[in-house]
Every structure is written in C-alpha cells, then in structure tokens.
Design a protein around this ligand. Structure first.
Ligand code: SF4
Length: 472
C-alpha cells in the first residue's frame, strides 16, 4: 500500500509525538526529528514522511496529499490525541478509501479507547510499530499481524503482542528518508548547533524513573543497541548527504548506558571527524567523558530532574546529588557543554525543594537548562501513583489551548498553579543573574550567527514567560 507517514498539524509550534519526550510547545520554537516515523518509512517502499509542525503546514496544506496514498499513519501523543483524531476524521471524510492508523505510546497503552474514539481510525498499534506498519503496508490481513488493535463489526480486536526488535542492525538507516522528505534546516533545538541531524543508535533505558514515558511504554528497560560499526556507517552517510550539518545528536534515551559500547562508538566517530552530542545520565566516569570529548563530543543533555535527594529517590532516578556535582565538575574541566533538564512538581515537591533545586542548578551551572512540569503520562508509574493518591489535576490536561505545558499534577500542599509558578521562577533565577547573562552575551559577541539566534530565542523566551504569567 502506498503509505503516508504524517506527524500531524497541531497547535502552532507544537513539538508533537514524533520524537519528543514532552509533547508541548517549547519556550523557544524548536523541533525534534520525527525519527520514530522515519524508521518505518525507511522500511516501506515508495512511502513519504511529512512533518507538518516543523514545516509549518496546516490541515488544509496536508489534506490534499491523501489522494495519492492508500494508507495513512499518524503519530499521536496524549496531549495531542484529540486534535490528531480530528485530523484523521478530516482525511477520512475527504479520502474515504484511506486506511488510517495511529501509532505511539498513547495508543499503545490505551488501544481500545483510542481505536473506538472515532470511526475514522481503522487500527492502532501496540508496542514498537516499525514491523507492524511494514506488514500492514504489505497488505497482510489484520488478524495475522502482531501488535495490532483493529476494528471488526465495530468492535475492537487485539492480535498477539509483538516482541521488541532485538537486532537493531537489521533496520535500514533513516538518513535517506530525511534526505528525501525533510528539510534539515527546519529542526532547531536551542542548545544544538544549527543545522543538526538526530538519529537513534539504540532503544530502551536501563533506569526506571517513574515519570519517564518511552522506556515504560515502547522501548523497555533493556538498552538494545546497534553495533558501533553500523552507527559509524550511518554517520558517514549523514556527512555525505548533509555536508551543511554542524552536529549529530544521538537521541537514545541514555547513550552512555553501555560504557564499552559508547567508547567504541566514539573512537569510530573520532576517525570520521564529526562533532556530536547525546543524552546522558549524570553518572559517566571521568575517563569515559575524556575519551568521548577527545573524539568529537560537544554537548551532553543530562536529566538532573531535582536538587533534592529525596525527590530523586521518590522517582527512582538512581543518581545522587553528590555524583551529579562530581559529574558536572568533570564536564566543566573537560570543556563538555551541558544542557541540564529539570522537573518541577514531582512527588515530594514542596516550596522548599523547589528553592533547593534552583540553588543546585545555579551551583552546578549547566550552560543552558530546560525546566518541565511533572507530566503524568498514561502507562507510567507516576500516572498510577497520581490516580492512587488523587494527585491528577482536575483539568486533566497536559497542555493549554495554545499547546504549552500545564501541570498535570496537584498536591494538597502544592497546587498546580504553584507548581507552574515554580517553573517560571526557576527560569528567571537561573538566567537573569549577572554571571549567566555575561556568559550568554560573550557567546553572542564571539559569533554573529549566535548573536542573531540568541536574540530571536531571547525574544521568544521572554514572550513565553510573560504569557505564562498571564495564565497562572
Ligand atoms: S534515565 Fe532518563 S531516559 Fe532513562 S528512565 Fe530515567 S529519565 Fe528516562
């Protein structure tokens, strides 16, 4: 079947289901690559991948595309689900011949209600969906395809569960789909060089953080990896197809989870002479960091989450504040740039722990940071705890009408509005201090390109903060 993979249009600037861990509109306009859709697109001949939010495409822009396809795959997420179903309905109304399926963690966790949410949806996938979609596109009968929930006589039927893919080396590379269907300049991330290219080299994370969406819904808790040689091959291809790319980002949940493998991969990357960055946990030993740095590592994206050891324990982060301090001092020493991510509103949060976390962030001083509101996604341990303890906020929403994250949790001693205010004061305290402002200013003075970029981002950031103030 001729297949269209669509990251659907949504809120303006919405960094949606495809490849994003927190689906929301960002503080500054930014988009992750739709790698999760690009992977099956690479396995289905003559398919096409359209990333509507990143391209700035509206429903009216993408709707006519349905005429040239037989199968439409939409990547959906919990915050965008209602809007994605409307997109499916619009496609079905205009192109009744289209088979329409939804993929992603949300439908994987809630297959029946998602399928029955609309007559326009013909099936949803459960678990990793690459092979499932490939088999559907081959025209196999639904009942013979594992990992599917489909309609028969208006009822939802499930097929057998699909096992996860063990040998990731057998998956085709996504870079040729990027080259065919995407414009890499569309993909901005504040802390990455522009343009960048992002790929996965493995799936799953060994940690068990209670709030984390992907390992608890799709990827699992084993880190399955491609071989270093396979990764280097794709990176060499990126260099060939996108000579303008300034950086490669490895978006594995925790690229540093397997130390011998990350070291072997880094040695090959060093030979290719690329600049690269990745996700990491704050527990990588100095010698490994040094080797990575010597082989092209520029930046680590690190989930510190909180400056309170009790909260880290509550969410089973598996790291300590002391180890994080040591790790940061190693990174500073080696010249590795760190983008730290933090969460406000995790279980155990109080006004005091918010202050503690802000002070911790200032002390360890990552170059940039991102603060998210704790989000209880269906399928996570945090969601289960939220239901059990009555912590889910009354609105039941994860994003506002504009697609900006709102607190989905509320505690008797700390309500959703206070949690949101905590986020705002976190940003203000971290960025609006003389040392950090001088650092940013120095960066701008050193590069006219950075000057242009930071001015745009600064404007967007200030607008984001003032809009948030109005909402709180
Ligand atoms: S270490 Fe990071 S990717 Fe792994 S479970 Fe925790 S938050 Fe998720």
């Amino acid at each position: 079947m001729k297949t269209l993979f669509l990251n659907p249009p949504s809120f303006d600037g919405f960094d949606g289901g495809a490849g994003s861990r927190y689906q929301a509109r960002r503080e500054i306009r930014s988009f992750w690559y739709p790698t999760w859709l690009a992977q099956p697109a690479a396995m289905v001949p003559d398919s096409r991948l359209v990333d509507a939010p990143a391209r700035g495409l509206s429903l009216e822009d993408v709707l006519p595309l349905g005429a040239g396809f037989e199968l439409l795959i939409l990547h959906t997420s919990t915050p965008s689900f209602a809007s994605d179903v409307k997109i499916a309905e619009a496609f079905k109304a205009r192109h009744p011949h289209l088979q329409i399926g939804l993929v992603g963690p949300h439908v994987s966790v809630l297959p029946e209600p998602s399928l029955l949410a609309s007559a326009a949806v013909d099936f949803v996938t459960i678990g990793e969906f690459d092979e499932t979609v490939r088999e559907i596109a081959e025209g196999r009968p639904f009942e013979s395809i594992d990992g599917l929930c489909y309609k028969a006589d208006g009822k939802a039927l499930r097929t057998s569960p699909r096992g996860i893919i063990e040998d990731l080396d057998r998956l085709p590379h996504v870079v040729d789909v990027y080259a065919r269907d995407l414009v890499i300049e569309d993909y901005f991330i504040g802390y990455l060089l522009h343009p960048y290219v992002s790929i996965y080299t493995g799936r799953g994370c060994r940690s068990r953080c209670t709030f984390c969406l992907w390992p608890q819904t799709i990827g699992g808790h084993r880190y399955r990896t491609r071989s270093p040689g396979n990764v280097a091959e794709e990176v060499a291809r990126i260099q060939l197809r996108f000579p303008q790319a300034k950086e490669i980002f490895f978006d594995d949940d925790t690229f540093t989870d397997d130390l011998p493998r990350v070291e072997a991969t880094a040695r090959l990357l060093g030979k290719l002479g690329v600049t690269w960055s990745c996700n990491a946990k704050a527990n990588v030993p100095f010698d490994t960091l040094k080797l990575l740095r010597e082989n092209g590592l520029r930046l680590l994206l690190v989930g510190f989450e909180s400056g309170s050891q009790q909260i880290l324990n509550n969410v089973r982060k598996g790291t300590t504040i002391e180890a994080a301090r040591r790790f940061m001092s190693d990174c500073h020493r080696l010249g590795i740039v760190v983008h730290g991510t933090f969460i406000v509103g995790l279980p155990g949060e109080t006004r005091e722990t918010i202050r503690e976390t802000i002070a911790f962030a200032k002390q360890i001083n990552p170059h940039t940071l991102q603060v998210s509101l704790a989000a209880a996604y269906p399928g996570t341990e945090l969601y289960r705890q939220g239901i059990e303890n009555g912590w889910l906020a009354q609105s039941g929403c994860m994003v506002s009408a504009q697609g900006v994250q709102v607190s989905s949790l509320s505690y008797p001693h700390l309500d959703a509005a206070e949690i949101s205010r905590g986020l705002e004061s976190f940003y203000r305290s971290f960025y609006f201090r003389p040392g950090k402002m001088l650092e940013m200013f120095g960066e701008m003075l050193r590069s006219p390109e950075m000057m242009k970029r930071r001015l745009r981002e600064g404007k967007e950031f200030l607008r984001f903060l003032s809009n948030r103030e109005e909402r709180v």
